[in-house]
Design a binder for this molecule. Structure first.
Ligand SMILES: [Zn+2]
Length: 167
């Protein structure tokens, strides 16, 4: 199974969620603590990172309604669907964040300002509405998306060791 090639991720094209890997295929995921890549059984729903040993949430987080929460963490994708409204203080997503509805980063966790952090792309679709800070390896914004405010950092998290993309 291959990694998503950045060149194939057009902004209007939904990325293939990690959970869509074929049955029996190991899932490629990324730890949101140490940002290193690993693969795991497709049936696993929780695990410890084989590299930093911290407990992990593995399933993609897909928001279809109104959800307000302090923290969202996943080794896969955080996806806010067109009718989804997510408000959170902190989002950590290993593979990426894709917003087609509304995402608001508000409040604070400890001393850190609210932010969404991923080692993958941050994708704002044509119906996206965004408010808050974000950090991602790439930023893709469709015409029609609304950014009310926030600061963006384009960077790979410190310590990240991303799996090479197969040729
Ligand atoms: Zn780890």
């Amino acid at each position: 199974m291959g990694w998503l090639r950045p060149s194939l991720l057009g902004p209007a094209t939904p990325p293939r969620p990690a959970a869509a890997a074929g049955p029996g295929e190991p899932r490629a995921l990324r730890c949101y603590h140490c940002w290193r890549d690993f693969t795991i059984s497709p049936r696993a729903v929780s695990a410890r990172c084989p590299l930093c040993t911290k407990g992990l949430q593995l399933a993609d987080v897909v928001v279809t309604g109104v959800r307000r929460t302090a923290q969202v963490q996943t080794c896969g994708w955080v996806i806010v669907e067109p009718k989804g409204h997510l408000t959170a203080s902190r989002i950590e997503a290993g593979l990426g964040v894709r917003v087609m509805g509304e995402l608001r980063l508000a409040g604070a966790v400890g001393a850190a300002a609210a932010a969404a952090i991923t080692a993958g792309p941050l994708i704002l679709g044509p119906s996206a509405r965004w408010a808050g800070n974000g950090s991602a390896s790439r930023l893709l914004i469709d015409e029609g998306a609304v950014i009310e405010g926030g600061r963006f950092a384009i960077q790979i998290p410190v310590g990240a060791q991303l799996a090479p993309i197969p040729a």
